[in-house]
Design a protein around this ligand. Structure first.
Ligand SMILES: *Cc1c(COP(=O)(O)O)cnc(C)c1O
Length: 442
């Protein structure tokens, strides 16, 4: 057979016949074409015909330093020549040890133990199980309930869905999911007129306190997305909420799980979002950007106190959880290369300048009469479009593609979460074209 150059339409038809795409009503693709990507470079994705798209959402919030990053590529190539994988039960290897040591030195002090999973949802599962198992090992087996914020998102496996408050993802599986309570979200869009984000966060912390007071005896943990609730539509809130949550959880003997899967690795302006509240959670969850968007990897970091509660002669007191690819050396090497880039390029400072520049040039968007709640935390921007279109998200997505932008709105919320290597020209292009799209769709 003569090899053919793949064409876009070829790939689309084959994909629709063989691949069941995630988070998608597949029938939509009768009218909405898939986007066939052939390669990536920097902040850009290219299809088989050479058409390009600016990856303004970092490919679902994972890509930090661009596609086909030469430094991460080199690290992976080197690792491929040494060890691609070995099981982590009973074995160890340099990349997993180095990564655990380096993270221990970077996260809030006291989170000295790294447990590895494969994706974000598995990190949530691990933290929930570890928390409840800790209480069981500590003579409090009744502490088995969890709480999360309204509109929370912590992944979509069954345990993670039990602390995820997104009806669309949950409702079909209600009978399979454990019932956990939610507490009011400090999302400042919900504040009363004239009420500051800080005062509103305090008021929500009062609700959390009331809940803890009443239910702490049954509660294992409170899981929270620090500073920004991503899937809620980039809901942002004041760090005082986290400070209060930390104090209250300690007071009522409930673990605090910080899900930094989306907000960790510099996304909110500090390496970890918890730093902005100056708190140390009992569990810190990392995934998404940890490998620079290269390979699936997740990490649950926890304290000596929790680790020791499992350390015993009896096997059953141990944490007998595993995934086949736990601590995969390639994924760990990608994560180490990602940490190297943070250090070598002084990324956090560079991002502060980038964010300031973007906020300046985005002023016309902020001032646009059809743009509501324009907001920014670190390298995340979001706003609501005041639009008559009930299918705004889909229209904006399609319109974006026609203008070289990968935009993926959630309902009427448009957000930008670009790779950190985005340049000034690219930022300007993003603002100008988004303005055109908003003009056309509002
Ligand atoms: C994406 C995400 C998850 C789930 O991660 P997956 O890798 O998609 O399973 C969990 N929590 C938060 C805050 C996320 O953004």
């Amino acid at each position: 057979m003569i090899p053919r150059m793949p064409t876009n339409s070829d790939l689309l038809a084959r994909s629709l016949s063989a691949v069941w795409h995630p988070c998608t009503q597949m029938k939509r693709h009768e009218t909405l074409p898939l986007v066939p990507i052939a390669r990536g470079e920097g902040a850009w994705l290219y299809d088989a015909d050479g058409k390009r798209y600016l990856d303004t959402v970092s490919s679902w919030w994972v890509n930090l330093f661009g596609h086909c990053n030469p430094r991460i590529n080199a690290a992976l190539t080197d690792q491929l020549g040494k060890l691609e994988h070995v099981m982590l039960a009973g074995f160890t290897h340099e990349p997993v040890v180095q990564l655990s040591e380096r993270l221990r030195d970077l996260v809030p002090t006291g989170l000295g133990h790294c447990f590895y999973g494969s994706d974000g949802a598995s990190a949530t599962e691990i933290a929930l199980k570890m928390s409840a198992h800790y209480w069981r090992n500590s003579g409090k087996p009744e502490k088995t309930q969890f709480i999360s914020l309204q509109n929370s998102y912590h992944g979509e496996t069954l345990g993670a869905l039990s602390v995820t408050d997104v009806a669309l993802f949950r409702d079909a599986y209600g009978a399979l999911i454990k019932q956990n309570a939610t507490v009011p979200s400090p999302d400042w869009r919900e504040a009363n007129t004239g009420e500051s984000a800080e005062n509103f966060a305090q008021r929500c912390a009062d609700s959390l306190e009331a809940h803890l007071q009443q239910h702490h005896a049954d509660l294992a943990a409170f899981i929270v997305e620090p500073l920004v609730q991503g899937a809620a539509g980039m809901a942002m809130y004041h760090p005082v909420y986290l400070k209060r949550a930390r104090e209250l959880c300690s007071q009522y003997e409930v673990h605090l799980i910080a899900d930094e899967i989306a907000v960790g690795m510099g996304r909110t302006g500090t390496l970890f979002a918890c730093e902005q509240a100056n708190i140390r959670p009992d569990f810190l969850l990392l995934s998404k950007g940890i490998t620079g968007g290269y390979l699936p990897l997740s990490i649950v970091m926890t304290t000596d106190d929790i680790y020791r509660a499992f350390y015993a002669d009896e096997t059953a007191r141990g944490f007998l959880h595993s995934h086949s690819y736990t601590g995969n050396p390639l994924a760990c090497r990608a994560a180490l290369a990602t940490l190297d880039i943070f250090a070598q390029d002084d990324v956090l400072n560079a991002n502060r300048d980038k964010a300031a520049f973007f906020n300046r040039i985005a002023q016309p968007l902020r001032d646009h009469p059809k743009v509501k709640n324009f907001r920014n935390t670190g390298m995340i921007w979001a706003f609501e479009a005041d639009t008559p279109h009930t299918d705004f998200a889909q229209r904006c997505f399609s319109f974006g593609l026609q203008h070289e932008l990968l935009l993926r709105p959630m309902g009427n919320t448009v957000y930008f979460m670009p790779p950190y290597i985005i340049g000034k020209d690219e930022m300007q292009l993003l603002v100008t074209r988004t303005l055109n799209i908003i003009d056309a769709l509002t």
